[in-house]
Design a protein around this ligand. Structure first.
Ligand SMILES: Cc1cc2nc3c(=O)[nH]c(=O)nc-3n(C[C@H](O)[C@H](O)[C@H](O)COP(=O)(O)OP(=O)(O)OC[C@H]3O[C@@H](n4cnc5c(N)ncnc54)[C@H](O)[C@@H]3O)c2cc1C
Length: 394
């Protein structure tokens, strides 16, 4: 019997992660990615709690730890660079007994790609243009004109998912703007301290530098905006202009950070937004990761949700085959974690809206209360059942 064919749109975190498990269950998997190659941009992403379990079940714990970025914590400075608060990640880990690992998003994506490339067909520089589904399968037309039929289509194509738009409806129906914009790009600037992310804030604006070994430094900008701004999410010149406008007149090292932004070709810029949907599947089309339940960079949970969601989706399909019941079981298993992470945003810490808010944040982070908060967060980890992946079953 021919293997059931699955097409995945998007090769960042969720796409390769779901493919990793699907090929182990006997599915024939193709991934189409609109970029010409894997994208490298992105900050360190936190792999914690259930995501560590998934990485360990994938046999990738050692590889992930080899790529770990050792972050000491966060520092908050005033305009003259004087430290006003400091939170040590190592200190927090001792308190919560956590074994969190931080890797850059690009390294995690490359690792998942390397772990799947021999078993999965990757198509770069193309994208789904049309989907037509019937009871037996889905006819897919790519932008290049290629036409193929699959048994299931998985949208792992992020916040601005094309699969979601084509199969479920317009982005505005499902994506809620969270009044902030976020940018990240690599830059080695001699600012702050090695191993620490140093933040400078003005009301509603945050500029941060992660000081690291050459080639590993990062800059982030975050700013508050009541209105959603008009630009195309792939127009990086427009994004640079928006960032310059948003940070005009900001002191500290912000002018040299903006100059570094102009020199990079690896800028990530997006709205802080959340995807909220009543259902993540429609017939033979299903969504995973940010496409279905983006919690936003301010949640620190993008990789966690993508890795657990991919594992649960592939596990449900491995055990139940391509069926409505299996897709419903994936949703049942993943919903609670999504609800929790979408309710925990840290913009009050990273981008206070007023001078009083900046002061209060600095006082709070210098107090023992921070340990209590970490313990509260750790207690809310949900359980992750183990699925059976066996090639003979599907
Ligand atoms: C370049 C980049 C940098 C990022 N930087 C950060 C960061 O610094 N901090 C943070 O918290 N989060 C960042 N994110 C988001 C983070 O990766 C996700 O929140 C999380 O890891 C979930 O991943 P995902 O695979 O579901 O979605 P994403 O990581 O958003 O990946 C979606 C993938 O789909 C591709 N794609 C988009 N549209 C199409 C289409 N029509 N057809 C085919 N492919 C398509 C994209 O190129 C991308 O590779 C970044 C994402 C990207 C793509």
């Amino acid at each position: 019997m021919p293997k059931p064919k699955i097409l995945i749109s998007g090769a960042s975190i969720a796409g390769p992660a779901v493919a990793f498990w699907l090929v182990r269950s006997g599915f024939d998997v193709t991934i189409v990615e609109q970029s010409a190659a894997l994208r490298h941009a992105g900050n360190g992403v936190d792999i914690r709690a259930e995501a560590l379990t998934v990485i360990s079940r994938m046999g990738l714990s050692v590889a992930v730890r080899e790529r770990a970025v050792y972050t000491q914590g966060l520092r908050f400075v005033d305009v003259r660079g004087r430290e006003r608060a400091r939170v040590s990640t190592a200190g927090l880990e001792k308190i919560v007994g956590s074994e969190d690992v931080e890797v850059t998003r690009g390294d995690l994506s490359a690792l998942l790609y390397d772990a799947t490339v021999g078993d999965v067909e990757y198509i770069f520089g193309d994208a789904i243009a049309e989907l037509e589904q019937d009871d037996e399968g889905v006819d897919v037309t790519l932008r290049s004109g290629t036409q193929r039929r699959f048994d299931l289509v998985v949208g792992a194509d992020g916040l601005h998912s094309a699969v979601r738009r084509i199969a479920f409806g317009p982005e505005e129906t499902f994506v809620q703007f969270r009044q902030h914009y976020f940018a990240a790009f690599p830059a080695d600037l001699a600012i702050g301290e090695h191993g620490w992310t140093t933040f400078y804030n003005e009301p509603g604006r945050s500029a941060a530098v992660f000081g690291a070994d050459p080639g590993k430094g990062q800059v982030n900008f975050m700013f508050h905006s009541d209105q959603s701004l008009s630009y195309h999410h792939r127009d990086s010149d427009a994004q640079r202009r928006l960032l310059r406008d948003a940070f005009v007149g900001m002191e500290w090292h912000v002018p040299s950070m903006l100059d570094a932004m102009d020199k990079t070709d690896d800028l990530y810029f997006d709205a802080l937004a959340q995807t909220k949907m009543p259902s993540w599947s429609r017939g033979r089309v299903v969504l995973v990761g940010d496409a279905a339940y983006c919690a936003s960079p301010a949640s620190g949970a993008g990789a966690l949700l993508a890795l657990t969601g991919s594992y649960r989706l592939a596990g449900a399909l491995a055990e139940g085959g391509i069926s409505q019941a299996a897709l419903a079981r994936y949703e049942d298993a993943q919903r609670d974690l999504v609800k929790l992470k979408q309710s925990q945003l840290f913009t009050g810490i990273t981008v206070p809206r007023t001078r009083a808010g900046i002061l209060a944040r600095n006082l709070f982070l210098s107090s023992p209360l921070i340990g209590v908060l970490s313990r509260w967060k750790a207690d809310h980890a949900t359980s992750l059942r183990e699925y059976t992946f066996s090639p003979g079953k599907v």
